[in-house]
Design a protein around this ligand. Structure first.
Ligand SMILES: [Zn+2]
Length: 427
């Protein structure tokens, strides 16, 4: 049995000032130091906070190969951003590029304390087996948790996209889950939606919705209705589906999302980077929609997005009071609840029987810290420049004194070779 001792423990519900956690694959015991009675292996967490491993609920792993990519880039619209950058890149991804980009992205995630991700994948040169390849890298090789899907769209063979989403459902485990991936309304014809609808059953979908006004306008122009109405008219809005962005939805759409018990994945940093606007969180709150937080593949440091959401929503809603610390904490808890339910395991609490997925992060507060103000310490201190020292998933230590247990050097070397090949193909 392992133990972390002399540590401040916080899981967005409970706080222990000077505590210990005993764990194997699962957490076996949590308490205050006066009750600690020894363990086989003990790590001193003095001067550190122990948090549940972080989640990223909407990302694109392959985006790690876009870093520094030099292509002609003069976008005048969101569609231009897709055409000039993302669709150029994903079209040229083959199996070795998928594997290598996933390993390099996963390494970055672990360094940043992210232990579970929800990925949205596309790769033009490898559709069949793409999700298994990502799962091999992220879930099997690195031991992280991931929920995977393939972006079904009219850009690729529809049959292959559909088949890949279905096939991966045979590979699920505590570390790998699946959803049904679709790109966006604007890249899916009526016939495509019908064909997805025919095979979907109760599987939740993962799709971009109203990320830009172009998606909205395309839908009204071609189909005479809003995007959410359009998806619903094909029976696609299964319970626990993820609609990413929803920057430009209206009240009726919000009500329908709530009624269908779908989630919205917010990606404020990406929205700002693409200059598509910011979602109206007040609308979501009023409708009673549960929100998740992702970063749309923009790096791996999700605490940056925690903070950007916190600041951006106040600005969007024109009031420093309209997005609270508790709302951020609720969105973080929603991520654990969503991923835990999908993988059929308890994560996100530092409590007995939960999986031992956690991060130990040094923090030397300049002011007193307690149960009432710990969230403020996280938001205005710990999350800023967040760099965990130790990371565990299922009790297995993946980051030890800031170093990964994997051969990072050769993985990154291989990623540079593979990414260069992809770049060469797309020039
Ligand atoms: Zn996305």
């Amino acid at each position: 049995m392992n133990a972390i001792i002399n540590v401040q423990i916080y899981d967005y519900i409970s706080y222990i000032d000077n505590g210990y956690v005993k764990f194997n694959e699962e957490i076996e015991e949590v308490g205050t130091m006066q009750d600690f009675q020894g363990a086989d292996e003990v790590i001193d967490g003095k001067g550190c906070i122990l948090l549940p491993g972080l989640t990223n609920c909407h990302t694109h792993i392959y985006s790690s190969f876009a870093r520094g990519m030099n292509v002609a880039f003069h976008p005048k619209s969101f569609t231009d951003i897709l055409n000039q950058l993302w669709w150029k890149l994903d079209k040229q991804l083959d199996q070795s590029a998928i594997y290598s980009s996933a390993i390099s992205y996963g390494i970055d995630c672990i360094k940043n304390g992210v232990t579970s991700i929800i990925d949205h994948h596309a790769s033009g040169l490898c559709i069949e087996g793409a999700l298994e390849t990502i799962g091999d890298a992220i879930s099997k090789r690195l031991g992280m948790r991931g929920i995977y899907c393939f972006e079904t769209s009219d850009r690729f063979s529809l049959d292959q996209c559909i088949q890949e989403n279905i096939s991966f459902q045979d590979h699920i485990s505590e570390h790998a889950g699946s959803m049904f991936g679709m790109h966006a309304s604007m890249s899916l014809s009526s016939d495509s939606l019908k064909r997805v609808s025919d095979v979907l059953g109760k599987t939740p979908i993962h799709i971009h919705v109203a990320e830009s006004m172009e998606d909205v306008q395309n839908c009204y122009k071609n189909y005479g209705k809003s995007i959410v109405e359009r998806l619903d008219s094909y029976g696609l809005l299964n319970k626990n589906s993820i609609l990413a962005h929803c920057v430009h939805i209206n009240e009726e759409e919000a009500a329908l999302i709530a009624e269908r018990e779908c989630y919205i994945a917010l990606n404020p940093t990406s929205n700002m980077n693409n200059a598509v606007g910011l979602p109206n969180y007040e609308l979501f709150r009023k409708a009673g929609i549960r929100c998740l937080l992702g970063n749309d593949g923009l790096g791996a440091n999700i605490t940056r997005d925690y903070l950007n959401l916190f600041f951006a929503m106040k600005n969007r809603l024109c009031s420093p009071m309209k997005f609270s610390m508790d709302e951020l904490a609720q969105i973080i808890r929603n991520g654990y609840e969503f991923i835990g339910r999908s993988l059929n395991i308890p994560i996100g609490r530092i409590e007995r029987t939960y999986k031992a997925d956690f991060v130990l992060v040094p923090y030397d507060p300049p002011t007193p810290i307690n149960k009432e103000n710990i969230l403020g310490h996280l938001i205005f201190g710990v999350f800023d420049g967040f760099r965990p020292k130790q990371v565990w998933i299922s009790g297995r230590q993946l980051l030890r004194d800031y170093d990964l247990i994997f051969d990072v050097e050769s993985a990154m070397k291989e990623a540079r070779v593979e990414s260069a090949k992809v770049w060469e193909r797309l020039m």
